[in-house]
Design a protein around this ligand. Structure first.
Ligand code: C2E
Ligand code: CA
Ligand code: CA
Length: 686
């Protein structure tokens, strides 16, 4: 058991002190009284002894003095001296003449100073010697002196004993009392105190006090039971308090009506998400959704219906998207906020915004009425629009308020330029979906030249889109969009079909060249891609060796096994596979060895600065060397100058394509170009 406080403060110790002092004082007092009484008694007995002795020898002494018999006198005196305590004995005549006398010195003793002050050093007794009692005729005087030392010595011994036993009694009593107190009170009390100190103030009823054994019925037991009852009561009280507090916190953290996080809570979540995105170097977007003209719902259907609409909307936002990256909150009466994390690009937010608009505008059934609301969404992006949670939210709200001015049921980005850009992309995406059926696409063909023989051995088919309003739109702009929404599959099929048709036509016209067609990663992922390609070839009766598919490194990285499998099937049929944009991606030897490819296409970005930029030159060289060692032919794309062509040829690159030879051409121009190119070559040779 640990000592909770110092010894001198303990009750047992104090009791011991008190009992000891009281017992000691009373012991001393009582012993002293006893000793005084004893001294009195001793004194009296000395006196009595003196008188008795005198009375005993009185007759003999009287006889001696009467008959002046010195011898008898001396006998009496000597007789008296038999008593050790007698220090002087004398028989004298009334005139003072001594008849017989004896004396001895007082016994020396260390205690004399003490006892002499009480009993005197010696005590003297005398008696007149008469023949008859009460006679006035005195014949002489008998005197004896007693030395008090012997009696005082035994008195002193007794007194010491009395005193010592008195003190010993007091000490024993004190100790016994202390022990009794210790075992009956102090020890159980210390135990109780110990278990009290172990009580957890947060959960006072977790460990109740133990009633010390054999104290169940006494005051200690009662005290422990009362304390335990108090602890239980306190715990219950605390529990009620906590529950109340929890309720208050929940209410303040979550919106009462919808159960969604409140503004404050959402801001906390947003700050956390921003931190996370910052670390992962990712984007996130905040959507502020304001319900359009919510007031009229309340006016038309009543507040209860309005509440129900809000609850349904909250339910949809919180649960229907099924994306864990989406978090919702309620900002105000008719405003919700949604946070989307891990965005790939700012355009991805469009899909979420559209989903929000759609979810909110789906009719809500309220007691048989179909109530419809719409919303306006303001979008702010991290890190572009702000890196601070409160500012980001504020910008989303601002954007939403601004957007409300220009109509309902739409979304708007915070940054005007981005908003315009996104809007244009959105429109382009829409236009793209009808471009194919609208016949807005056509293909152009860029010749591929063998640098050694300087003959055109093939052509890359490249798509062109003539937009009804914007005119020519670059494939760099619309192909990524088509890949995002999946229309690339249909478009790609059309390109392949069109290119094969063209190849068949040229073959019939006597120019059987190889056609290279770009195959998007999305297309390669399609389960039926092999089937589609083969069918197309069959449809146009094109030998598979006449077709080359250009795939980028990124298309096989996502699912290498699947890509290898499909490309192998195509290769088995005799179709050529080229790795497009080689050098811009992973350019890993390991996958290249596994891939059934025949051509590496050096991307035009390395050719552009060939001989100017050392790095680019080195990369181009490396690719050419890699091709040689893997036995793949290398084609350089984007050759624009004679120097580039010369260098590439010297360096061992077999094929080239670029503006130096020709821009991508319409079929009829391509036919003319082939003729003129080969004619020029023949003339040169002549
Ligand atoms: P890519 O496959 O790398 O195609 C080569 C691009 O470089 C073509 O641009 C071509 O016109 C351009 N080019 C060729 N020679 C030169 C040159 O000497 N200098 C310069 N500066 N550029 C040259 P284009 O036609 O605009 O195509 C851009 C990209 O769009 C293509 O890059 C390809 O990734 C994609 N694309 C084009 N058509 C199709 C298609 O039918 N299907 C798919 N999936 N993607 C296509
Ligand atoms: Ca290409
Ligand atoms: Ca390229």
């Amino acid at each position: 058991m640990k000592t909770p406080f110092e010894l001198e403060h303990r009750l047992g110790y104090r009791i011991l002190r008190w009992v000891l002092s009281v017992a000691l004082v009373s012991g001393i007092l009582l012993s002293t009284m006893q000793i005084i009484l004893d001294a009195q008694r001793v004194s009296d007995s000395l006196d009595r002894q003196g008188s008795q002795t005198l009375a005993l020898v009185r007759d003999a002494a009287t006889q001696a003095v009467f008959s002046i018999d010195r011898e008898l006198g001396q006998q009496v005196v000597d007789g008296l001296f038999q008593q050790q305590a007698v220090s002087l004995a004398r028989i004298a005549h009334p005139d003072g003449e001594v008849l017989a006398e004896n004396h001895r010195p007082l016994k020396p003793a260390a205690f004399r100073p003490v006892t002499d002050s009480i009993f005197k050093a010696e005590r003297s007794y005398e008696i007149g010697l008469t023949r008859r009692k009460n006679s006035d005729l005195v014949y002489g005087v008998l005197s004896i002196h007693y030395d008090t030392a012997p009696t005082a010595e035994s008195w002193l011994e007794r007194s010491t004993l009395t005193f010592a036993s008195g003190i010993a009694r007091a000490v024993i009593l004190g100790l016994v009392l202390y022990l009794v107190y210790h075992f009956l009170l102090t020890r159980p009390l210390l135990r109780i105190i110990d278990s009290l100190t172990q009580v957890n103030p947060d959960r006072p009823d977790d460990r109740l006090l133990e009633v010390p054994d054999s104290h169940r019925q006494d005051e200690l037991g009662l005290c422990v039971n009362a304390t335990n009852n108090l602890l239980v009561a306190i715990a219950e009280n605390q529990k009620k308090h906590r529950e109340a507090e929890d309720r208050v916190v929940r209410l303040s953290r979550h919106d009462n009506l919808t159960g969604l996080p409140s503004r404050e809570t959402f801001l906390g979540m947003l700050a956390g998400a921003i931190e996370e995105s910052r670390r992962a170097n990712q984007m996130l977007s905040v959507f502020c959704c304001g319900i359009d003209d919510f007031k009229s719902v309340n006016e038309q259907y009543g507040f209860h219906a309005g509440d129900l609409v809000l609850q349904v909307v909250a339910e949809r936002l919180a649960n229907e998207h099924g994306d864990i990256n989406l978090l919702c909150g309620r900002l105000g009466s008719d405003q919700f906020v949604v946070l989307e994390q891990h965005l790939k690009d700012d355009y991805q937010a469009v899909a979420t915004a559209e989903w929000l608009l759609e979810s909110i505008s789906r009719p809500v059934d309220i007691e048989g009425h179909e109530v419809s609301v719409s919303a306006t969404v303001g979008i702010a992006l991290f890190p572009a629009d702000s890196i601070h949670a409160d500012q980001l939210l504020q910008r989303a709200e601002q954007t939403m308020t601004l957007a409300k001015n220009s109509g309902r049921n739409h979304f708007q980005y915070f940054v005007a330029s981005l908003d315009r850009e996104i809007r244009e992309r959105k429109k382009l995406e829409k236009d793209l979906s009808i471009a194919l059926t609208g016949g807005q696409f056509h293909l152009v063909y860029q010749p591929q030249v063998n640098l050694e023989s300087r003959r055109i051995i093939g052509a890359e088919a490249l798509i062109r889109w003539t937009h009804p309003e914007r005119g020519m739109v670059s494939p760099d702009e619309f192909i990524p969009l088509a890949e995002l929404n999946g229309t690339i599959v249909e478009i790609g099929e059309w390109v392949l079909d069109q290119a094969c048709w063209q190849a068949a036509l040229w073959a019939r016209k006597g120019t059987p060249i190889r056609i290279a067609v770009n195959l998007s990663a999305v297309q390669l992922k399609q389960n039926d891609i092999v089937e589609t390609v083969l069918k197309t070839l069959r449809r146009h009766s094109i030998p598979p060796g006449r077709l080359e598919l250009e795939v980028t490194e990124t298309s096989f990285m996502e699912n290498l096994e699947d890509a290898v499998d499909k490309l192998k099937q195509l290769r088995k049929e005799g179709i050529n596979i080229a790795v497009d944009d080689f050098g811009t991606g992973y350019s890993s030897l390991t996958y290249l060895k596994r891939m059934p490819v025949q051509h590496l296409k050096i991307d035009k970005q390395f050719i552009q600065d060939l001989l100017v930029n050392e790095d680019d030159t080195r990369i181009a060289n490396t690719i050419i060397d890699l091709g040689k060692s893997l036995n793949l032919s290398v084609i350089a794309e984007g050759v624009e100058t004679e120097e580039q062509e010369y260098y590439l040829k010297q360096r061992g690159c077999q094929l080239a394509q670029g503006y130096f030879f020709s821009r991508p051409l319409l079929p009829e121009d391509f036919e003319k170009f082939v003729v003129s190119f080969h004619t020029r070559l023949a003339e040169d040779n002549v």
